[in-house]
Write a protein that binds this ligand. Structure first.
Ligand code: TYD
Length: 203
């Protein structure tokens, strides 16, 4: 039987993940593979309710981190683990690297506490590959301003997004085999080509 693979997509807001996840999803489906497309926070009915709280209400960073992991526990139990068990490919728009980047890198939350929650909620589950869309916050902010109204996270400062970006890059440096870094400033078509070439090596 086909082996399911868990792929996550990360990067600061406005880096252009959605278009590229669409392209990869279509490419995998064209190969006859089952694909489960999902996102965090969210991915389940309860997770989407938690997402609405997280994006709207200001809250203490510990409460915020626990809510991300509460949604994640539900997401793993109901969507990710069952899909992988039946051999599907799971494409998740964000996962735990986002907690390290936003809550730890951006807001200064203690990384060791996130490690504990990660072990509690995920056990040994880790993404097979993580595609990191790297982009200067200035460029991302210009794209977002043109696209839509900002949520609570997107209203954070340029400094905040610089810290988030650096935290993502630091994580990628520590796990180079898992991360595939994309220069998100390039033409979308060029990014798609690079991503699909990389994906061919995951088969
Ligand atoms: P996202 O779905 O990428 O936002 P949008 O649909 O508006 O593009 O993610 C929502 C926000 O949540 C995003 O700003 C990043 C943030 N986030 C965290 O701060 N920590 C996390 O663990 C996750 C998964 C997301």
């Amino acid at each position: 039987m086909n082996q399911g693979k868990f792929i996550t997509f990360e990067g600061i807001d406005g880096a252009g993940k959605t278009t590229q996840i669409d392209a990869l999803e279509a490419w995998l489906r064209a190969r006859g593979l089952e694909v489960v497309r999902t996102r965090e926070p969210g991915g389940t009915p309860l997770g989407e309710k938690i997402r609405a709280l997280l994006l709207a209400d200001d809250m203490d960073v510990t409460a915020e981190t626990l809510l991300f992991f509460a949604a994640r526990a539900e997401h793993i139990a109901r969507v990710i683990a069952p899909a992988l068990a039946r051999g599907a490919w799971v494409l998740s728009d964000r996962f735990t690297d986002a907690t390290y980047a936003y809550q730890v890198g951006g807001k200064g939350f203690d990384a060791r506490k996130v490690e504990q929650l990660e072990a509690l909620v995920q056990g040994t589950l880790q993404p097979f590959r993580t595609v990191l869309f790297d982009l200067a916050p200035e460029t991302a902010a210009r794209r977002l301003a043109a696209a839509r109204a900002a949520d609570r996270f997107e209203r954070e400062s340029r400094d905040f997004f610089n810290r988030v970006r650096e935290a993502y890059l630091a994580r990628a440096q520590r796990a180079p085999g898992r991360f595939f870094i994309v220069d998100a400033a390039r033409e979308p078509q060029r990014i798609t080509e690079a991503l699909l070439t990389e994906a061919a090596s995951w088969m």
